[in-house]
Design a protein around this ligand. Sequence first.
Ligand SMILES: Nc1ncnc2c1ncn2[C@@H]1O[C@H](COP(=O)(O)OP(=O)(O)OP(=O)(O)O)[C@@H](O)[C@H]1O
Length: 801
Amino acid sequence: MSHLINFLEHYSQMQRLQGKAQEYRCQLQREERRRKKQLRSLREAYKQRMKDKMSLIESLETVICEQQSVLERLQKGVVCIAHPISPLPSVGVHKLVESISVLQLERAHLQEEVGELKQDIEQKEKEQQQVSNTLQQQIEELKGKIQEREEELALLRAEMGVTDSEKQIQNLSVENESLKQSLSMTHGLLEKLAAVNTQPSAQLVKENDDLRTKVHHLETSLQEKVEQLVYAKSHMDNMQWRKEEETRQLEEKVESLKLSLQDEKKRPPDVQYVTQTVEVESPSLLHSLEKAEERNQTLLDQVSSHSEKCQRLEEQLQRSDDLTSTLQIKITSYESQIGKLKDELMQEIHQLEAQKDEAIKEASECSEQHMDQLRQQLLGMQSRLASLQPVLKNMKTNYNSLRSQVKNFAQFYEASIKEARRQICDAVTDVSEANKDLLQKYQREMQLRKRYHNQLVELKGNIRVLCRVRLHVDTGEEEGSGASAIITDVNDDTKLSVLYKGKDRNFELDKVFLPQTTQEEVFQEIEPVVMSCINGFNVCIFAYGQTGSGKTYTMEGTTENPGINHQALQVLYQEMEARKGLWTYSVSLSMVEIYNEVIRDLLSKDPQEKLDIKLNPDGSGQLHVPGLTNKEVKSFRHIKKLLSLGKRNRATFCTNMNERSSRSHALLTITITGQELSSGTATTGKLNLVDLAGSERVWKSGAEGERLKEAQNINKSLLALGEVIQALRAKQGHVPFRNSKLTYLLQDSLGKGNKTVMMVQVSPLESNIGETVCSLNFAQRVCKVELGPAARKIDVGRSEI
Ligand SMILES: Nc1ncnc2c1ncn2[C@@H]1O[C@H](COP(=O)(O)OP(=O)(O)OP(=O)(O)O)[C@@H](O)[C@H]1O
């Protein structure tokens, strides 16, 4: 047992260790996920910034293109200026040259900055490389440690053999493997990070180079344009000088001509000749003068057009200057933007580097922490394993001893089982014997009960005559004659007296029910007789009395106050249910009506069919009614359904035949067949519940025809019944069963050894006194013949039937 407890303790320890390992694994996975997320966000931010930079560079490129086109346009303008002879404004060209030199200076600055950036990036790359190298080294160290631990675990596993501990070790190995994977993943992520950091720097450098080449191209083209402009300017200066020279020569010529003309005019007559000569010569001179003037005019026009042209060119140059200055401003703003961007880029690079350093630091710290944890776990595991080893040895020895015990246990078990079986068999035989004994006792008790019950019933009388005084029902018909004519004795429930024709008539019967007696109280009195049916007795219960005396009420009752029929069936079913397991029962039911000595089946599909009583063809001497429906009853509910069907069928006759129910007998027969399971004893009992026709003496009041026939038949059958009961009570050898259909039909139930209850119903009304006395006389006549130990003193009344 102690081994088992030890084993369980170790097992629980193992479980705990497994749980912890699982916990660590989860922690590691969480950390890994966190780091991945961090790196992902960093990468996203970096990408976004790079995108911004690229868009800025693109915008810069477009600006440079624009500048190029402007320069091309300028170039074209300079070419146009080279051809006409006009003075050229040198200010714009100078400005352009100056801006180009500024640009060159800027370019030199940018080149320097790019060079510095390159150096920075290289420096950063080197640092990054160093960090990744150190991380790589750490990873290698971790790998080595993991390898060592694996080897240790393998050794431990080899020592421990195939137990639950091995599962634990396997779990730890799996955990180590996952740790390794996470480390390699971290390594990969770091590499990716490094790659991400280097990539944009190279791109930037490349773009800077491109920009630089573009600027160089622009500068060369500008240089060429400047040279062209200088050449054009010198050409124009030349042209202007020549023009001025020609103009000066012509003016000098005109001046000399004017002077010579004035000299000629001042000379005497020969001067006339000279004048004439001059006059002769002067037209030619005038003509040449005119020509010279004309030429002078054209030259002046040319000069003015050239000066206009020069004006325009100057304007153009002014515009170009403006354009160049705006471009210069733009370039400066772009340069400032580039500077800002460069700063931002540098800041971002610094931030990224700081983040990267932080991430690396965190990763390394985390790895170190994990390593520490793992180391601690390993130490814990080692110590636990060390403590487990002796326990394991103990367990092994325990296990071996248990195994040997188990081997012996089979024999011990078999012996104990045999012993237990023997004991159980003994106990079972004892119990079955006791059971048998009990069963015998029970059967004896049951027989005794039956006997005592029978004795009790016999003591009360096998044929009992009871009287029920109907409750005074205050109906209109009976008004004025409502006084009770019956006097009951509260102290003696067997006596009642009636004041009839001035005389007191005293009657003594088996029991008298007072008007206020309830349906339940009535049934309680006859319950033992009813119950004897279940024990194989035939029982007949008759309700006798004049019309309206309460026969149907006593037998059928109402829904609120069920009568004998309903209560009898209920208790019978209850008893059958109580005997379940000891007895099995089958119940069948038939309902007939006897009217004018004709039997009709109330449960038949054709209730009008007349039935007859015949001897059973099986030779048993028993009577039977061919064609009579004898319904097998499944439950109490089924019985109720059948009763209402019979009632309905009878009601149909009533409507057809004018209150026939009062003048016909209704017979309900329940047959109960039972079998005792232990002994196989079978019993069959019948309960006949009869609501007799009204006993009033209508035939005496001069009734005729059908009514007379009815009355005669009723009287005949009731008389026959009285005679049969009398004969039975008197235990006569011959019982006149065949005198009526009713007694003939009930022959087997009225015979010797069976039980009969005659419930004589009387009306309490003064107006019914004659019939009441008549019914009581009938009851008394039946009662007086009683045989038994306690002879009754009976004041015999007159029989008027
Ligand atoms: N003990 C009683 N308590 C209350 N009402 C009763 C009692 N006995 C009879 N009645 C009522 O008296 C009336 C007549 O009774 P019932 O129909 O049972 O007489 P009956 O003898 O069967 O008549 P019939 O011969 O015409 O069938 C019914 O309304 C019934 O409910």
